[in-house]
Write a protein that binds this ligand. Structure first.
Ligand SMILES: CC(C)(COP(=O)(O)OP(=O)(O)OC[C@H]1O[C@@H](n2cnc3c(N)ncnc32)[C@H](O)[C@@H]1OP(=O)(O)O)[C@@H](O)C(=O)NCCC(=O)NCCS
Length: 329
């Protein structure tokens, strides 16, 4: 039963690399894609581990996203320690970190086929907000000839984003740098200011070079509005133009979209099939300010009438009451 044991958790460091690699091999297998990005998870993200004495029996990774949310990933529990509340304890520990930082939401995804993953995160209070499929394609041989331009967020561009039927199919969420955010006005502003929002004709996409994290030569492209068919057809050429070897995208999960993707030369990714994006909102901590009286207020409270007012009055601004001089003698 979950939560019978109170698991000790702590932040992992690069010293834990081998133990974590062995955990991943036991939890998922030798092909676990986390093995390729383990150093990155340890050095550039916050990875927490759960311990049985000194033995690492579970792990989960946390990363802050620009919209004030945290992205959780790489949940791994050793098979012999499953259904004992390890994943739950790690979510709680990372939730504590997120609250301390004043973040407003936790998000993660799990494949629909991963019963344990979906069940564990549902139990931890996450709710589905959208469903995606990850699709991949090699870059084309020649670069795009469309005139791709950065999009500035004007009222006109915002109304296209807000009214986008494409975005409506994912409840307004888009992938960006291997996390997901709702593309509300503030986030659209941020992405446009960072130079991540691009378009041609009536089409708009969010672009991110994913090579830093995955060590791959990948362009991440998230469709925002326009004609999905045209966007996906152009995507491999845009990747070539940006000197990437591949392009990947999270698109709405439905049969029609997968057919359009296949026509455009995309294949389903080896992971990220029917990815359920889950979210858990954190109520932002109420800050209770301790109001400490100033010395003038403390003094004033010992007097009354004009004498008190005189003490509180700003100095050098004329009369504050008839007895003002009494206190200055
Ligand atoms: C998913 C995973 C991390 C869950 O870890 P865990 O430590 O076993 O999860 P917990 O014990 O904290 O589970 C808490 C609750 O989630 C639910 N749950 C977890 N696994 C479940 C399963 N296989 N079937 C049904 N419910 C499950 C239960 O409600 C459980 O509480 P209970 O045991 O009291 O009924 C683990 O199965 C794992 O490592 N899987 C392989 C890697 C993976 O798929 N990662 C997730 C990617 S999203």
């Amino acid at each position: 039963m979950a939560e019978e044991t109170v698991w000790r958790t702590r932040r992992a460091s690069i010293q834990d690399r081998d133990a974590l690699a062995s955990l991943c091999r036991s939890a998922v297998g030798p092909d676990d894609y986390i093995l390729r990005v383990l150093d990155d998870l340890l050095l550039r993200n916050v990875t927490f581990v759960a311990l049985d004495d000194d033995r690492i029996v579970g792990s989960m990774t946390y990363r802050e996203v620009f919209d004030g949310s945290a992205w959780l990933s790489a949940a791994r529990t050793h098979p012999r320690y499953r259904r004992k509340g390890v994943a739950l304890a790690l979510v709680r520990a990372l939730e504590g970190v997120a609250r301390m930082k004043g973040l407003h939401a936790l998000r993660l995804w799990s494949s629909a086929s991963n019963r344990a993953g979906v069940a564990a995160f549902t139990r931890a209070g996450f709710r589905e907000v959208a469903r995606f499929d990850r699709i991949v394609s090699d870059a084309a041989r020649s670069p795009t000839r469309v005139s791709l331009a950065r999009i500035a967020l004007t009222e006109d561009t915002w109304s296209r984003i807000e009214g986008s039927p494409l975005l409506a199919r994912t409840n307004g969420y888009v992938a960006h740098e291997w996390a997901f955010v709702p593309l509300d006005r503030a986030n659209a502003h941020y992405l446009s200011n960072r130079g991540a929002l691009w378009g041609w004709g009536a089409n708009a996409v969010i672009l991110a070079d994913a090579s830093e994290t995955f060590g791959d030569d990948v362009l991440e492209m998230s469709p925002v509005h326009g004609d999905l068919r045209a966007i996906l057809r152009e995507a491999p050429r845009i990747a070539r133009g940006r000197e990437r070897g591949r392009v990947e995208s999270f698109v709405p999960h439905d049969e029609g979209t997968l057919r359009i993707a296949a026509d455009a030369g995309f294949a389903p990714g080896s992971w990220g099939k029917e990815a359920i994006l889950c979210e858990r909102l954190l109520d932002v901590a109420k800050v209770v300010r301790r109001v400490r009286k100033t010395y003038a207020e403390i003094n004033a409270s010992k007097r009354s009438g004009y004498a008190a007012l005189a003490l509180l009055a700003p100095r050098g601004h004329g009369h504050t009451g008839p007895h003002e001089d009494r206190w200055n003698r």
